[in-house]
Design a protein around this ligand. Structure first.
Ligand code: TXE
Length: 480
């Protein structure tokens, strides 16, 4: 059985404890590799390596840092097929989605920040006749990056790239559920000649390795993406240590469809926003609100398209929904479908687990599920399910739909479908979310701030936001 290795001080190595965890393939339900069951001793070794590398990395010429990040991007691109296969096998997503989204975005993350570091400027403020101030934006030192299982290498590199670009050294932990592409990234970094200790990847459990990273006194900032409950635990540990924190947490995103939308395109895109990656994207639209006059027509067309979605082997070209990431997560999703029925919902399509066939006989599959007739305040409509389950709810007025959309503790993303320009801006201003897409979904410009409000987290990733997160601003004031 293949053993994935930690990447510490430039070397691939076993966990110091020589303890291992099973790594499951969601499509087959079978263990296909072992990952290090690392602990605080491995995190200590990684942190010391990062500290030792910091002086030279933070003082390296910008062009040197840029060229290394570009080489890493090229290395991923050269090994694209391996990364695509690994991402799909680890997460359960289809090969076509991994090839279309996850891996290209990981490459873009490194290329974007390789270029951004060359243009990252700060400001000066003149006091006429008295003096001048200038702001130095300096790297923090050793930072921690912890990422989830839904978009494994996409979100892992979304943190690591700006951290490295700004001259920090990194101790990073991917989800123990989807470690493989991070392991491949380690190999690419070695092949690219990234100096030892600049990036360290420690595999293992969140409560052990993740917690050790968060509480290590020499790791000065934490960039985390994952569940809201975990975000709370991380904040409780890091806040008293005065660490910088970026928390990208859960979501329960509204999709608001007005009667004047471009009907066919809206139905198609709303299906996409509901069920991409089996609904396991924090940006997915899981609460769909439709203007009453359009409700029946939209419901009919939407359910028809959902019924046509194919659930099955992620390796098959015609599969739309692959496997759910784990047995535990499959059971969590099924429990919410059961709850929806108990709360009075009507299942319009789906609602059942799917028995795989052939190699996937023991895989984790669930039908795309559409539910109507629920109160907007019920648990099914308030709690994050993070799977292929959406609800439909009609509305009459803007005020009513905004009240329902904003009724959840989350505030991450939203989409609004209308051709009324003024209404689009009006609604966008009032939605409690960090991202509002108008007549589109998941259209991303990496220069824009990315993050949520309320229980969806604090801080922003993306563009200069990420570069500022990973640097400290020092004001130098000179009297002349
Ligand atoms: O996240 P976790 P999981 C939501 C979604 C999902 C729930 C839990 O609802 O069902 O979060 O998913 C590490 N200290 N999202 O289990 O547990 C853990 O090892 C430090 C939304 O994946 O938060 C993993 O690497 N680290 C989210 C990472 O944190 C800890 C995407 C995420 O694990 C830790 C994924 C600790 N105490 C899930 N405990 C989004 N916003 O995109 C765990 N970890």
């Amino acid at each position: 059985m293949e053993q994935l290795l930690n990447y510490i001080d430039g070397r691939l190595q076993k966990p110091l404890s020589d303890q291992w965890l099973d790594n499951y393939e969601p499509a087959t339900g079978k263990v296909y590799s072992h990952i290090p069951d690392s602990d605080s001793a491995d995190v200590e070794q990684a942190t010391q390596a990062a500290q030792a590398a910091f002086a030279s990395w933070s003082n390296a010429p910008l062009e040197e840092r840029m060229l290394l990040l570009l080489k890493i991007a090229d290395g991923i691109e050269t090994r694209m097929d391996e990364f695509v296969a690994a991402e799909s096998r680890d997460n359960g997503k289809t090969l076509k989605l991994a090839r279309a989204m996850d891996i290209p975005r990981a490459i873009s993350n490194f290329r974007f920040y390789a270029s951004a570091l060359q243009h990252f400027a700060s400001e000066s403020h003149q006091m006429p006749g008295v003096g001048i101030n200038y702001t130095l934006r300096q790297p923090i030192g050793v930072v921690g990056c912890i990422s989830p299982w839904n978009l494994p290498i996409y979100l892992f590199t979304w943190k690591i790239a700006p951290a490295l670009a700004t001259g920090n050294c990194v101790v990073a932990k991917p989800s123990e559920i989807t470690p493989y592409t991070s392991y491949l990234l380690s190999q690419v970094c070695i092949e690219a000649g990234l100096p030892k200790g600049v990036l360290n990847i420690v595999h293992g459990l969140g409560g052990k390795v993740g917690q050790a990273i968060v509480e290590h006194p020499e790791i000065k900032a934490i960039s985390f993406t994952g569940g809201t409950e975990t975000g709370k635990r991380i904040a409780a540990t890091a806040a008293p240590m005065f660490k910088k924190l970026s928390l990208e947490l859960g979501g329960k995103n509204p999709t608001i469809v007005f009667a004047d939308c471009d009907f066919e395109e809206t139905v198609k895109q709303v299906v996409n926003s509901a069920f991409s990656n089996q609904g396991e994207i924090c940006l997915c639209g899981s609460r769909i609100f439709i203007e009453s006059s359009l409700y029946e027509k939209f419901k009919k067309a939407f359910v028809e398209k959902v019924k046509a979605l194919k659930v099955g082997d992620p390796n098959n070209a015609d599969t739309n929904l692959g496997a759910i990431v784990s047995l535990a997560h499959k059971q969590k999703i099924l429990s919410y479908i059961k709850l929806a029925k108990e709360e009075g919902g009507t299942i319009l399509t789906g609602g059942n687990e799917v028995k795989g066939s052939g190699r996937c006989a023991d895989g984790y599959f669930i039908e795309p599920t559409v539910i109507e007739g629920l109160d907007y305040l019920c648990r099914t409509n308030q709690e994050e399910i993070f799977g292929p389950v959406v609800t439909l709810t009609p509305f009459d007025t803007e005020e009513e739909v905004l009240t329902m959309a904003n009724s959840v503790k989350y505030g991450l993303a939203s989409s609004v479908w209308t051709n009324d320009l003024k209404r689009a801006h009006r609604v966008a201003e009032k939605i409690e979310a960090g991202i509002v897409w108008i007549n589109c979904w998941l259209l991303r410009d990496l220069r824009t701030p990315f993050g949520g409000v309320k229980a969806s987290g604090v801080g922003r990733e993306g563009g200069w936001e990420a570069m500022r997160f990973f640097t400290e601003a020092k004001n130098v004031c000179i009297k002349y």
